[in-house]
Design a protein around this ligand. Structure first.
Ligand code: AMP
Ligand code: MG
Length: 330
């Protein structure tokens, strides 16, 4: 579950100092939503920086309680328990998140689908799977995936999963949403800059401790300790999909933890996808989508969207980028 490994892909640099300003950076690393979060605030005093960081942490904890499908007391679990039985009235915030997730499903022709979660009894990416599951089981569980069977009623904010056995999960969008929300709370406080990094899902605002733009390093896939390129960020999100620790290998083939909803099988061929755009939730959902769509369709989707760029690393360590991605190479 820990995705701290993604820190190697995106490590923040505080080194590019040109202007001298008395700004204090404070940083907190904390486990939330089952992964490592790093919250940084830049302020004129320690107290102001810590107040912003703590407000960001409270916001992420609040969202975790709402959207977790592991916590049986969450509204998401209530929706899953009622699959095929009845609609569940939920908070508008959760309703809206599901509405936006369905919009991404439509945009990606179902490559992104929060109802992928019916597969989570079949595929386990924690090292416990010893053999390939039977095709019959995979197909039966995959038949339950269908974002169009997530029925939303905006009049009473209810959510109904039409078929028994359906399940939703926010693994591919929740951290991006939480990072957005935490940053938006922190921004309202008297600070000069902030950065929220959810194990590689990162969003920045304002300036770093030197008063400059934030800078993000892209690691060399061949040597995770080396940086291959960097990019400057101003109020931007950079989200990486592709957890180098979460995969299964059968007959020498590597299966990533992202499921292709059309087949029920994990995707192959791509090691990681990084999406850059102003919104961490959109970047998170699109990074997962590009994984499923594959190189050609994925790049074509991103190239057709304004203000969105991406970088794909293939299983062969080949780097492919969208048309206008501005990477600075060393
Ligand atoms: P990410 O690291 O953002 O790409 O999210 C990966 C996680 O998203 C997985 O661990 C699953 O929880 C979930 N997921 C897997 N496949 C899909 C899919 N096709 N659509 C939406 N969520 C998915
Ligand atoms: Mg994602």
């Amino acid at each position: 579950m820990l995705r701290l490994i993604c820190f190697f892909a995106l490590a923040v640099s505080f080194s590019d100092c040109t202007k001298a300003q008395r700004l204090i950076p404070q940083k907190k690393v904390i486990k939330l939503m089952g992964c490592g979060f790093e919250l940084t605030a830049i302020a004129k005093t320690d107290t102001l920086a810590w107040e912003a960081i703590n407000a960001g942490i409270n916001e992420i904890s609040r969202i975790e309680k709402l959207i977790s499908s592991w916590d049986k007391n969450s509204q998401t679990s209530a929706i899953n328990r009622a699959a095929g039985l009845e609609a569940v009235i939920v908070e508008k915030e959760l309703f809206d998140l599901i509405y936006r997730a369905k919009k991404i499903s439509k945009l990606t022709q179902g490559a992104f689908d929060i109802s992928f979660a019916s597969m989570d009894k079949i595929w386990k990416f924690d090292g416990s799977m010893k053999r390939m599951p039977s095709d019959k089981f995979v197909k039966a569980a995959a038949a339950k995936i269908n974002w169009e069977n997530i029925i939303l009623n905006k009049d009473n904010h209810s959510v109904f999963l039409k078929e028994k056995g359906m399940k939703i999960g926010f693994g591919a969008i929740g951290k991006g949403y939480a990072a957005n929300r935490a940053l938006s709370i922190m921004k309202q406080m008297p600070i000069q800059g902030a950065l929220v990094n959810a194990s590689g899902d990162l969003i920045s605002w304002g300036s770093n401790s030197k008063g400059n733009k934030w800078s993000v390093q892209i690691a060399d896939p061949k040597d995770k300790n080396k940086s291959l390129a960097w990019l400057e960020l101003k109020n931007m999100a950079v989200v990486t999909s592709g957890d180098y620790e979460r995969f299964v290998k059968f007959d020498g083939k590597r299966y990533a933890h992202i499921i292709d909803p059309r087949t029920g099988y994990p995707t192959t061929g791509i090691k990681s996808v990084t999406v850059v755009c102003p919104d961490a939730e959109v970047a998170d959902a699109l990074a997962t989508s590009v994984f499923v769509l594959g190189i050609t369709k994925g790049l074509s989707l991103v190239n057709g969207l304004n203000g969105v760029e991406c970088l794909i690393i293939t299983d062969e360590d080949e780097l492919l980028s969208s048309t206008n991605l501005n990477l600075n190479y060393y």
